[in-house]
Structure formats: structure tokens, C-alpha cells
Design a protein around this ligand. Sequence first.
Ligand code: GDP
Length: 502
Amino acid sequence: KDVNYVREIFLHEVKSPKTVISDMKFLQQGIRRSGRRMKIIAKPANDIEVQIIEKDAFPRPPPSKSELKSRPPVVTVMGHVDHGKTTLLDALRHSSVVDQEFGGITQHIGAFLVVLDSGAKITFLDTPGHAAFSAMRARGANLTDIVVLVVAADDGVMEQTLESVRMAREAKVPILVAINKIDSPKADVERTEQMLLEAGIQIEKLGGEVQAIPVSALKKQNLNQLAEALVLQADLLEIGADPKGLVEAVVVESKLDPHRGKLCTVIVQRGTLKKGNILVAGVCMGRVRVLRNADGQIMNEVPPGYPTEIEGWKDLPSPGELVLEVESEKRAKDVIKVRESKLEMEKQEQDAVVIAEKQAHHEKEYRERLQLKRSLGRFKLRREGPRAPEIPKDDDPTPSLNIIVKSDVDGTLEAILNALDTYDSPECKMDLVHYGVGAVSENDIELAQTFKGIIYAFNTTCPKNIQELAENSGVNIKFHNVIYKLVDDVKEEINSRLPQKE
Ligand code: GDP
């Protein structure tokens, strides 16, 4: 509401100092009611300006190299359907030392951390496949450091394998291949390697740089080797983050729990998340009540690269959204207000575009009608409406034209009918057999066949099977999207039926 008002004031031409003062009073009231922090500035030429004092919270500029500490890499598993992505993730999840020590019940929260014997850690996003990957990317979250491409050795490179490669490359994320199902009797690792090479993936064994690890997710073979390869890859990438300062994180999953309320899993990208932190994500805010890992254990501190499930949201943020820590609840509310106003403003702008488009459409229609009127100049208005249709007799010497009109909407249908209604000539009969809104139907074809008529489809379609039916029954369907052209067409049909004058 206040946004509307402020905009109005901006557009308002203030006439006299008196008006300025009364406007300012009015404005002050509006601002007070809105609870926003805004400043009113009287400007020369009796103009006034309203400044919004609140500012959005933005991610801070990137930290300097010296502040970076190494963090676990974030890994997404991709590949063709049934090649073993889910099985691999399950196997990796249970390989974690933490899991074995505490024996917690693992649950799906969107991401989990694996701790290797060496102490190295890897975070896996546990929604495999490219749908999740592209959903994240669409929101601008480049969360993934490494893609594990799962290729089943008994099937080789398939369509979705190639698609995954393309997506990883587009996102500039390095690939590591897991050649899976090596336990299968039908496994052919060498053939799979060859296929990978043909797909442009230069694997190490064949002189390239991409690591390809043969594994069996089902039999849990070589999983350590795969994990160590990931750690090596992460070292090469020199993955690091600043664990100090205000927290920045990305939402990977959110859900409503009947007992624990609104929950969302994030991966911390900067700073260290703790209980009590105040967060904003989009237009949602929260105060961290509890932090848990995928084993349901409470975490006191969540440094960069670690996933955690946050309890304590007032509203539920969406996956891909950036989570920012702010100093106070007041600040969080201000930031959300700023964002809501921005959204409202954008919506108004969109509405304005829609209105402009509608206006343009009306103008086009108006021009069309004008043209129609002109083209109808020689028709006399006949007010009794269409005649009852007659089935043309073969021996009837009077020429006649039977038509069926289908249109997209009522309004245009009426305009067409009005135009056709003005036709009145004894030389050729014209009858409207049937009309209606919607696509051309089987019924229309049957009618056209019975009455030997033509179907006029205005701004509407005709399904393929109906079109075929029309062809087989010798029914002519004419498509138009400009009214006067349709009318011209009708006139032409009439003219072609009149006896040729010498
Ligand atoms: P996704 O569609 O890529 O997630 O594939 P799944 O993990 O659901 O696996 C598809 C099928 O392949 C299941 O029947 C798995 O049991 C089987 N599978 C997965 N990994 C292996 C493996 O290493 N060896 C064998 N023999 N079968 C596997």
C-alpha cells in the first residue's frame, strides 16, 4: 500500500507550498502506518522526494585469499537412469565414520557429509540427477564443486550421461567418473572407457585428465578409492572459504515437519552458522533454534562446506535461495520489507506491461473493425439474424453458401457473426449452419458434410485427427486470424458461386 502511495506522490505535480505541506503530512501518516523507515525531503520547485532508508542485505564482497580456509568439496552425483546413482549415494552415506561411531539414523535431508578414514570430508547433495542440479543453477546457486558422473559398465555411455556432461561443462564444474556395476557379469569396463573417450571425456587411463574409478555401489567395492579421488580433485581445485563473519549459505531442500515445523537444509558457504543466528532467505526469516546433521545429531557450529538442517524458520525458504545472516531481528524485518516492496514494484511493472499489451490489442481490434466496416460498405444491414439452414438440393439453381464458424472467444465470434449478418443478397443464399467457440470438432465436420458447407476457423485450431477426417470427407476448413480477411474470403466464395457475367 505504501509503495502505491509513494509512487503516486512521485507522479504528482505539486502546485503550491500549501499543497506540499498537506501532502507531506499525509505522507508522514502513511509512512507511520506502514512501519517503514523513510525520509521525506522537500526539494526546490515545490517537489518532494521520499527516500527509503532501509537497504537490502547483500552478500559481502569475496574474502581475500589469506582468509580462505580449506573446506569440504560439495559433490553432485549425475548420470543415466538406473546406472546406480541412488545406490552409490546410499553406500557412501553408510561408509561415513561418523555414522558408524554414533550409529545415528540417517535420513534424507538433501545433503550429507562423509568423513573418510584419513579425516578428509566430502559433502554430497543427495538428490541425484540433473533436475536438482538445474533447479539450483536456475536460481543462480553454483553450489557444486565436483560432479560424479555415474556410468554403468554393463550399459556404457547413454543419453542422460551425455546430458549430464553437457550440464556440468556449462556450469564449469569438473567431472569425475564412477564406472559402476563392475561386479555385474555383463560389465565391460574397457568398452565403457572407450565410449567415454568418444563422448569427449579424456580419462586418465587413456592419456587424459579426468579420473575414472571402477566401482560397485551394490557390493561397496572401491568406494574409498572414489572418495580419495574426490579429495584429490578438491585439493587440485584449492577449494576454500572464509569461516569468519556473517554467514552466507544456500538452501538445498526445505520441508514442513509435523512436529518440528519449518525445516530447511543449507550448505554453508561463508562464516560459521550457530544457534541463535538470525537469517533471511528471500522474504523468509528465521532464528536458528536447532542445527542437525543427516544423522539427526545436533551440531553446535556449522563451518563452510558443511550441510545442516535448520529449525527455526518463520516461513519456508525455497531451494536455491541464498541465506544471509543479519545483525538483528529488526534488520531482518527491514530487509524483508525492502524485498517485498521490490517484488511489489516489479509486479506493478509487470501489470503495467500487461495493461499496455491489452490496450495495444484493443487498438488492433478497433482498427480491424474499422477496416471491416469499410469493406462491408456495400452490404446492407439485415437485422433478422441468420436464416434457418437448408440442405442444398442438387437441382436447386440458386447458388448458396453454407458456413460454419468456430472462434477462439465469444467476443470475436460475435464480431464475425455481426459482420456476416449484414449480408443480404438474392443472387446467392448464405446460411450460417452452426457456430461456436473452441477448436474445430468432429460435429462441425459432420455438419459441414451434411450441409455441403465450409468451416471457418478463426484464431482457433483443428486437431490432427479432425483435420484428417475433414480431408477424407471432402470438407474445406479455412483458417483466419483477421476478421476482415475472413469476411473477404466469404465474399470471394459467394462471388465464385454467382453466374459469370460476360
Ligand atoms: P539410479 O536410477 O541411477 O539412481 O539407479 P539405482 O541406484 O536406482 O540403481 C538401479 C539398479 O541398478 C538397481 O536395481 C540397483 O540395485 C542396481 N545397481 C546399482 N549399483 C549396482 C552395482 O554396483 N552393481 C550391480 N550389479 N547393480 C547395481
